[in-house]
Design a protein around this ligand. Structure first.
Ligand SMILES: C[S@@+](CC[C@H](N)C(=O)[O-])C[C@H]1O[C@@H](n2cnc3c(N)ncnc32)[C@H](O)[C@@H]1O
Length: 261
């Protein structure tokens, strides 16, 4: 079984090559836009903790709208890059190093909105994952929200599938990628009975192992942890997915979860 070494992976997130990529992106994913629209009227009154901000993609959209904003990442160089990228923020905005599994210095019941976007939670080792939920429940205000996205184990077969490309170099890359997926993880059928698995999916040139789970299992865990209500949204369409349909979602590479604290 693949494992996740968060301390080692931090070196990847701290590298200038990766930071250069993440500081140039600004677009919200469709479900993030849906959730922003759902909360829009309340954002001016909300204190927001943005975890794992990377190069500040979500900062661009949320920071100007919320009452107070703390942008954070466990990779120090990402935080430094955000300070440089957003020099003109207001006095109620800060950027700080925070590890989502152990949010030292973050007060109890303080934040109305906690975001851990773009599958950042999947960089956390399976044995530490619940610590993130515990910390969100601790630092979030009752009635507030924890929003995150996470890889969908039911997408695995779709991910391995070879697509037809006219350009030979793109086609060749497909073969290379699928061969690498098989080499690192075995065939996708191996995980059919799993609730979750750690997969080397190609992110950052196959340097990282990433947590995948079946969406209905993720919802079960969130409810067991104590979130009051959980909603799921499709990465592809941005639309809400009824929880009863989560066990047939195979086309979304990841799912967005909106959880009430
Ligand atoms: C895929 S990037 C996403 C960056 C950003 N959220 C975005 O949407 O562009 C994952 C980010 O999560 C951060 N990260 C991983 N594990 C973390 C942890 N335990 N606590 C805080 N940040 C973490 C990484 O340093 C990296 O910046």
């Amino acid at each position: 079984m693949n494992t996740i070494n968060a301390a080692k992976d931090k070196q990847v997130w701290n590298s200038s090559k990766v930071i250069d990529v993440y500081t140039t992106v600004a677009q919200l994913q469709k479900p993030e836009q849906t959730i922003l629209n759902l909360l829009r009227d309340r954002l001016p009154f909300m204190r927001m903790l943005d975890l794992g901000i990377g190069g500040g993609r979500t900062t661009v959209h949320f920071e100007p709208l919320v009452y107070e904003y703390l942008g954070s990442d466990y990779a120090e160089n990402m935080v430094e890059a955000c300070i440089k990228r957003f020099p003109n923020v207001g006095e109620r905005t800060r950027f700080e190093v925070v590890d989502a599994t152990n949010m030292v210095g973050v007060p109890d019941k303080y934040y109305d909105l906690i975001l851990f976007s773009f599958n950042s939670i999947d960089c956390v080792a399976p044995e530490d994952r619940n610590k993130v939920f515990q910390e969100a429940l601790r630092a979030g205000k009752p009635g507030g929200y924890f929003v995150f996205s996470s890889h969908n184990l039911r997408y695995l077969r779709t991910m391995y599938r070879l697509k037809w490309y006219k350009k030979p170099n793109e086609l060749l890359y497909q073969f290379y990628r699928t061969a690498k997926l098989i080499y690192h993880n075995g065939l996708p059928g191996k995980y059919d009975r799993n609730d979750f698995a750690v997969i080397r999916n190609g992110i950052e040139h196959f340097s990282l192992n990433i947590y995948y789970s079946k969406p209905e299992y993720q919802v079960k865990v969130l409810k067991q942890m104590g979130f009051q209500s959980v909603r799921a949204f499709s990465y592809k369409t941005g639309q809400e997915i009824p929880l009863s349909q989560l066990n047939s979602v195979t086309k979304d590479a990841w799912i967005h979860y909106l959880c009430e604290i």
